[in-house]
Ligand binder design. Structure first.
Ligand SMILES: Cc1cc2nc3c(=O)[nH]c(=O)nc-3n(C[C@H](O)[C@H](O)[C@H](O)COP(=O)(O)OP(=O)(O)OC[C@H]3O[C@@H](n4cnc5c(N)ncnc54)[C@H](O)[C@@H]3O)c2cc1C
Length: 399
């Protein structure tokens, strides 16, 4: 069930054993997300070969995936695509793409392997309901057709609404409420938005009331904030931020300095350049226009010199640079890339096989599970890994 990355990968591995496999896709075309992913380049995995380090990139599901990565991890993914004529390349941040920068080549490798192994791909075959029978399963389609199957692999991708899980309502599977992960923050007014395109290289973010912090570059956008630190924060805090209605205070340390280090920097500048205007004393790592925005926010006008900074000004500077408050008032998708956190609960699966504990013979793979990764190729890697197990184990159980 599902003609995406996980559905194809599972179908291929099941069909390689010689079993008859049908791949049922509800829409008119398969692999749509693969095609649009990574800005049309498909960030197929991440160059992170250690199972433990890889598992640490999943806000939900990492502990479940870690032992699975030992059998199907990044190396296996690279080998699978490269041995099918799609060499991969690694970018400086570890993201891996097809050398051609064309997601179609990833889709073609999957389609060719499915065809070569005799998978029957059926588009416009939406699954409405799955029922357990004495011999296996009855799959009811949207068009009222019925298919009997000895085994079923469930891979319909992230389902954002609880009602979309009804196709398995008789199975007793628990559903962890779905909600979005990987998004950007709406904050600030016209003065901040006018700085769209500027970035800070090393910020540390923390949502109010939370202990966890998230470091990395941050980008100012037309609507607020984006960039790796923001995306990480949104993924790891997906549940907490949803509970706040996406309205919360975000505190940012804008420079990688302690208060003592920042005050030392300021005092040195005052001693060395007393007549210099504060607006011209830009700390390394903060763009000049953003520095001016910060100073205006604490009423240090363009004419004030370093020597004229009083104690109050200095304290405000420390606060605005090391504990800057952004009032977040909403969210939006990052380059249309979003992932569903939540889904079918992992406790209901046999971890070694991806088989249901409730309905033996029913398997799960991909984003429909309560597994999601941060941005960087981790979500596809979870799809390849879970689908490899679901496909091989579903077929092996028939031997
Ligand atoms: C714009 C965008 C860009 C992304 N880029 C990246 C990236 O570069 N790297 C990365 O790692 N991740 C990326 N992701 C996330 C990644 O695409 C998903 O995690 C991944 O596609 C999940 O694979 P899947 O097979 O589980 O689900 P999907 O790819 O969503 O496939 C599920 C398929 O099942 C079908 N289906 C649904 N319901 C039914 C039904 N009832 N009956 C039959 N078929 C059904 C759907 O139509 C769909 O074709 C991106 C996501 C988006 C939205």
């Amino acid at each position: 069930m599902g003609g995406g990355a996980a559905g194809f990968f599972a179908a291929i591995h099941a069909a390689e054993t010689g079993r008859k496999v049908w791949l049922l896709e509800k829409s008119a075309r398969t692999l749509s997300k693969v095609i649009i992913s990574g800005g049309g380049r498909c960030n197929v995995t991440h160059d992170c070969r250690s199972p433990a380090a890889l598992a640490a990139c999943y806000p939900r599901g990492g502990a479940f995936l870690k032992p699975r990565f030992k059998r199907w991890g990044v190396e296996e993914t690279i080998h699978w695509f490269e041995s099918r004529g799609v060499p991969l390349k690694t970018e400086s941040d570890g993201r891996m793409f097809p050398q051609s920068d064309q997601s179609e080549h990833i889709a073609m490798a999957l389609e060719n392997a499915a065809r070569a192994n005799g998978v029957s791909v059926r588009t416009k075959h939406g699954v409405a309901k799955i029922e357990k029978t004495a011999k296996g399963f009855t799959v009811h389609l949207d068009n009222e057709q019925v298919i009997n199957a000895a085994r079923v692999i469930v891979a319909p991708g992230g389902l954002p609404k609880l009602s979309q899980y009804a196709f398995l309502e008789l199975s007793g599977h628990a559903i962890v409420p779905p909600l979005p992960s990987i998004f950007t923050f709406h904050t600030g007014g016209p003065a901040l938005h006018a700085l769209s395109g500027l970035s800070l290289s090393e910020v540390t973010l923390r949502a109010e009331g939370q202990k966890q912090t998230f470091g990395g570059p941050m980008l100012i956008t037309h609507w607020g904030l984006s960039g790796p630190a923001v995306l990480r924060c949104s993924a790891w805090m997906a549940r907490e931020l949803a509970a706040s209605g996406y309205r919360f205070n975000l505190y940012a340390r804008l420079l990688p300095l302690s208060e003592v280090e920042f005050r030392d920097w300021l005092e040195l500048a005052i001693r060395e350049h007393p007549k210099r205007r504060c607006h011209n004393q830009v700390p390394h790592g903060i763009p000049a226009r953003f520095w001016a925005y910060l100073l205006e926010g604490i009423e240090i006008s363009e004419t004030i010199t370093l020597a004229e900074l009083g104690k109050k000004h200095k304290n405000r500077l420390v606060e605005t640079v090391l504990n800057h408050r952004f009032a977040v008032e909403g969210k939006s998708a990052f380059k249309e890339e979003f992932v569903t956190a939540g889904g079918f609960a992992l406790d209901d699966l046999q971890p070694g096989t991806m088989e249901s504990r409730h309905w033996p013979g029913l398997y799960f793979a991909g984003e429909v599970l309560d597994i999601d990764g941060i941005t960087g190729g981790f979500n596809f890697q979870a799809a390849w890994t879970t689908a490899y197990f679901a496909g091989t184990e579903a077929a092996a159980s028939l031997l």
